[in-house]
Design a binder for this molecule. Sequence first.
Ligand code: ADP
Ligand code: MG
Length: 324
Amino acid sequence: MVMIQFQNVTQRFTDGTVAFTNLSFNIEDGELVLITGPSGSGKTTILNLLIKEYQPVSGDITMDGQSLREIKPKQLPLHRRKIGAVFQDCKLIEELNVWENIAMPLVIQGQSLPSIEERVTDLLSLVQLTSKALMFPKQLSGGEAQRISIARALATGPSVIFADEPTGNLDAKTAHHIINLLKKINELGTTLIIATHDPVIIKEIKAKHVDLEAADSEEICSDLTANLAEKAHKKEVQPQAIVKAIKKTTDTQEIKQEVNQEADQENELKKPVKLKIQPKKISGFAQKIQNKIKKLAMKSGKATTESDSQSKLKEKTKKNSAKS
Ligand code: ADP
Ligand code: MG
């Protein structure tokens, strides 16, 4: 059965950038599909359209037979729960440990502590990282962090996983492991979309291919370069800032954002390019998640602030280190 359908979808942004025109493809229930194309060809845009971050300017997108246009704002959380996203930079929350990161979507969903514990325990074992449950994202290798972000994406039982350049920051061997884990998840029944421009993955995975037109993106890229060059010429932005931004990332969207930010704050130009994460905001969010877990623990009669499975894990870790 067809799960996702793009019919003549065109996406043009308010600044005139065209991500793609008249894009059509089908994804079947349980299928594994590769979306390929160079940086800037619209891979991430497909994910953003699927989660209804924005509407396409023309064409229609359906999921499970329903046009996304019909989804009302109220129904959006339910729709988004069907799509688990995995990103190149993992997007784990630094202040939460591995266990809490995986539990996060379940806490937000308002699940009970026993069912959260059961689910997180299963997911940790699926990605074979039970021993890292109480570590923080900074203590993990790139491959481990990506496995945790896959576990988190699976937490609420989505019907499709969209992995957006999941191996972009990994060495070849680790990338191979991640791809095998994703394939295993697909074999267990979850539809899998992998957006990538990594030739190794493309060669390794025998799957249906949605190839975004390279020609279109070349046009977009050269447009962007011209745009930046013009800005630099008008001294709206310093050339070093452009070079820095381009070196830091190959994602044209990020480059654009960064360069615009730099142009906005002229006296900030001499400072190094800052990370786009806003620690304050995330801290508050992490705090909220931890408070909710604490409340759930108290509700289920547990005196400690940690959930039962977290403290069990701690004991196990202690015993193991005492043995060695
Ligand atoms: P990919 O993921 O294949 O690298 P993207 O989907 O991120 O490509 O972007 C496709 C094109 O659309 C790029 O030129 C990018 O700059 C542009 N783009 C993406 N999002 C926006 C946005 N919100 N506003 C303006 N342009 C955007
Ligand atoms: Mg992208």
